[in-house]
Design a protein around this ligand. Structure first.
Ligand SMILES: *Cc1c(COP(=O)(O)O)cnc(C)c1O
Length: 355
């Protein structure tokens, strides 16, 4: 067991109305902080009032983006409790990201305990309206005041939280997505499999271009041949083609999503054929033209699943399942959300109770 010192906020903020919440703009009263210094390791984990971080303008994170993050949620259960969904997966992925960016590994048990301790302190912030949750954002930044291009010798690990409203307020409406043939998100050998800030900075332009064309998200192709499908927006992507669910294999440029993994595990449990393999945009659009593309959806913590109703690629256009959510997509959504919010049993032991 780990005990972290807690410095309580003097005044607590008013809790916002989850109906009108905008994602990622309202933060809770406290945060978790822990420092790393060479020779000392990770030290002095503590819970403090949420406040600005004092950093030198020369702090390395500002210049060379030595930074990694995670995204996870705490869910209010029907008995008034609070639980996390596969949180150790997030901790392990954070460390995998750290390793790629030469950031010293976090002690995994301690990191999970830190997240749980913060959520416990902020338990009143976990909303209870259907579909709402508390979003948790752990991140690590390089803090050495130095412009040399090398790994920092000091870091800050921080966890902040924000209450989020229901992702689907007006029911699940499938989105229009556009195949991006110019910009790429990641390349093999790069940082695509990590959650590092730089990946997202580089993805913004394509997202803006898709939006200008009237699409909600970008369908990313591989960075070498621009043929193979990788992800949709900042979600993994899955397709049901002729009864089989196909998702891009984890080549190193695809983020290993925990929702993706959970979908695959559920599908295998249901004995639905699953293939993790390379799939080209050509194959996908040809399957659609042949009437074999039955369902398409993104997967990620924010939306759980996000059905794709329409796809554009150059001047090719295709509608998926009449623009409606598919039955299997709906089944995955119902099962995952049922487990996450504790309205159905958790036969896989995926949830971790905090309160
Ligand atoms: C976070 C993320 C995902 C989804 O991961 P989950 O663990 O399911 O939330 C997929 N792709 C990208 C690029 C991401 O950043």
């Amino acid at each position: 067991m780990y005990e972290f010192p807690i410095q309580r906020a003097q005044t607590l903020k008013d809790k916002p109305d989850p109906q009108t919440l905008v994602f990622g703009k309202t933060f809770t009263d406290h945060m978790f902080l822990m420092r790393y210094d060479a020779g000392q390791g990770w030290h002095d984990g503590q819970i403090l009032p949420y406040a600005p971080l004092p950093l030198e303008p020369s702090a390395m994170v500002f210049h060379y983006a030595q930074e990694v993050f995670e995204g996870m949620k705490a869910y209010r259960t029907p008995d008034g409790g609070v639980q996390l969904f596969r949180p150790m997966e997030n901790v392990k992925r954070l460390n995998s990201s750290c390793q790629r960016l030469c950031i010293p590994a976090l002690p995994e048990e301690l990191t999970l305990e830190a997240i749980k301790a913060l959520v416990k302190v902020e338990a009143d912030w976990v909303p209870s309206q259907p579909g709402t949750s508390l979003y948790i954002r752990p991140f690590v930044i390089a803090t050495d005041p130095s412009l040399g291009v090398h790994a920092s010798h000091s870091y800050l690990f921080c966890v902040i939280c924000c209450p989020v409203g229901a992702y689907y307020k007006e029911g699940i409406n499938p989105v229009r997505i556009y195949v991006e043939s110019e910009d790429v998100r990641a390349v093999r050998g790069g940082t695509g499999y990590t959650k590092c800030g730089g990946n997202y900075a580089a993805s913004i332009r394509a997202g803006e271009r898709a939006e200008e064309r009237g699409y909600a998200q970008v369908l990313w192709l591989d960075g070498v041949e621009r043929r193979y499908i990788e992800e949709v927006g900042s979600m993994n992507v899955l397709f049901k083609v002729d009864g089989t669910v196909i998702t891009p294999t984890l080549t190193g440029s695809v983020l290993p999503g925990i929702t993706r993994k959970s979908c695959l595990e559920l599908l295998r449990h249901w004995e639905i054929p699953v293939e993790e393999r390379l799939i080209t945009a050509q194959e996908l659009f040809d399957a659609a033209d042949a009437g074999k593309l039955e369902e398409a959806f993104g997967s990620g913590t924010a939306a759980v699943v996000s059905p794709i109703g329409e796809m554009g690629w150059g001047d090719r256009q295709t509608v998926v399942n009449g623009g409606k959510i598919g039955a299997l997509t709906q089944r995955l959504y119902d099962t995952l959300t049922g487990i996450q919010w504790g309205t159905q049993s958790d036969p896989f032991g995926w949830t971790v109770k905090v309160v």
